[in-house]
Design a protein around this ligand. Structure first.
Ligand code: SAH
Length: 405
């Protein structure tokens, strides 16, 4: 039977059709037309049509996610064992080419960022000669598509790299996919040394609370170091990304995190760079950031530079008001502890907190602290985590560098 007869056609409502024509790739389950089949197939290539039957393109389907369809092409592709595999290969090649042009001075970066690279459900990071893979949708989990992705990565980076899979269990669960521990898909290493902005870092896919470093902050580390001075406090320091960069220019850096495992890697990273830190002393404190800031401010501690980089407080839109209260408390305390002429590097990685919300929160904290906050730089994520104009969800990181008087 010719393949085109087996490709399901799924009709979507007017709202979804408008979103897709606007360049956004998602169709929610609630946006399927009454004309759509009763159930969405799992892991399939489907043709998406509007209510009048006009083709909008091809999508990959999920039978369990609220995002039922993720567009991958404006054309009507066929699942003939070749077209999808070719698409994965050309998109991975394009993603690598883009990074070759926009990433400088680092052998660690995000190679593929899911929808932002036209490959929904696939996230690939490179840490020197270790490549990590996250497979987060039913369709990308298909053996033929996984195989196409792996082969393309080896073609791009050479057979000597190791490829390790470590997918986020929570997201796989939404897609009804089995969770698993780390899997070595190619080669023999799961650990690497990598470089960012001339500093050395250690990566081990077999350890750590997430799949590696916060590569999205790479450009912000360098930007922060351009203004940082004196005594610095890096709150939510994880494995020391900001702290190490600050230690190149500050006299003393204190890194704070609640994770002992993260601080152990931070200490290893500090030792690996001992020669490059020009006397900047680093001390690591395992503590809850909220408690520690409260204690330090009541003790009257003062700093010249403070970095705040908390985990995403707003995991959903509903959590936004609570999240903003959390951000405000942290920023208020930090502002009170900064000496005049001090630098605040304040971050939020929640997509649900818009840049406008974040600015408003900062203004409110500044007013309450009776401090003037001059915004030196309004930054976002590093360019290897592309922001696609038609997909607002691809923009999530806010990093404001401010002068406090
Ligand atoms: N600045 C880091 C990334 C921070 S990620 C970098 O650039 O690499 C957020 C960190 O916050 C994680 O390391 C997590 O362990 C830590 N964390 C979460 N809740 C915390 C809390 N209440 N107090 C202190 N640290 C916390």
């Amino acid at each position: 039977m010719p393949a085109q007869q087996t490709t399901a056609r799924i009709a979507v409502n007017t709202r979804a059709a408008k979103r897709l024509r606007g360049g956004h790739p998602w169709v929610y389950l609630s946006d399927l037309s009454e004309k759509a089949p009763a159930s969405v197939p799992s892991a399939s290539l489907v043709h998406v049509v509007d209510e009048r039957g006009k083709t909008l393109g091809s999508a990959l389907s999920s039978s369990s996610s609220q995002i039922a369809l993720r567009m991958i092409s404006d054309n009507a592709l066929e699942d003939d064992g070749k077209q999808l595999q070719d698409l994965i290969r050309t998109r991975i090649a394009a993603a690598v080419d883009y990074r070759n042009r926009v990433v400088h001075g680092s052998d660690a970066y995000r190679v593929v960022f899911s929808e932002a690279d036209g490959l929904p459900g696939l996230i690939v990071d490179r840490y020197n000669d270790v490549i990590t893979l996250q497979v987060l949708t039913q369709a990308m989990d298909r053996p033929d598509l996984r195989d196409a992705a792996l082969k393309s990565l080896l073609a791009e980076f050479g057979n000597n790299v190791s490829v390790v899979e470590r997918s986020e269990p929570r997201i796989r669960q939404l897609e009804n996919l089995p969770a698993f521990d780390i899997k070595l898909l190619h080669g023999s290493n799961s650990a690497a040394r990598f470089q960012m902005n001339q500093l050395d870092f250690h990566f081990d896919a077999a350890a750590g609370q997430k799949t590696g470093a916060f590569l999205d902050q790479r450009e912000n580390y360098a930007a922060a170091a351009a203004y940082a001075h004196g005594e610095a406090l890096d709150v939510f320091c994880y494995q020391g990304g900001f702290a190490l960069h600050l230690a190149r220019v500050c006299q003393h850096v204190t890194g704070v995190d609640s994770s002992r495992a993260a601080l152990e890697v931070a200490e290893q990273n500090a030792l690996a760079n001992a020669g490059k830190l020009k006397g900047g002393e680093i001390e690591w404190i395992e503590a809850s950031a909220f408690d520690l800031l409260k204690d330090f401010s009541s003790e009257g501690k003062q700093y010249d530079t403070i970095v705040l980089d908390p985990p995403a407080f707003a995991k959903s839109k509903r959590a936004l008001p609570t999240a903003l209260r959390g951000y405000k408390e942290l920023n208020l305390r930090a502002l009170k502890m900064l000496r005049p002429g001090g630098i605040l590097v304040t971050n939020s990685c929640s997509h649900h907190v818009s840049e406008a919300d974040f600015s408003e929160m900062l203004a409110s904290a500044a007013a309450d602290a009776h401090r003037t906050v001059k915004i030196l730089e309004r930054r976002s994520q590093s360019k290897d985590h592309p922001i696609v104009a038609t997909i607002p969800e691809t923009a999530y990181l806010k990093c404001f560098i401010c002068w406090i008087s």
